[in-house]
Ligand binder design. Structure first.
Ligand code: FES
Length: 69
């Protein structure tokens, strides 16, 4: 997942991925370019959508980084 990329590369993004991918936070919220959003292999699950609803500055191309593979 995108969260794995952040963790495995020691990227210092403060607070990113607080729940470690258990879809109980929205700290991994990312806003994608429309062309990148369209290329994702899977749509957001109901669980992801529920958590995205709590994300700050939600957009049409928002996703949770821990759910992007
Ligand atoms: Fe918490 Fe993605 S890391 S929802």
């Amino acid at each position: 997942t995108l969260l794995d990329v952040v963790v495995n590369n020691d990227l210092n993004i403060e607070g990113f991925g607080a729940c470690e991918g258990t879809v109980t936070c929205s700290t991994c919220h990312v806003i994608l370019k429309p062309e990148d959003f369209e290329r994702l292999p899977e749509e957001a699950s109901d669980e992801e959508r529920d958590m995205l609803d709590l994300a700050y500055s939600l957009t049409e191309t928002s996703r949770l980084g821990c759910q992007i593979t």
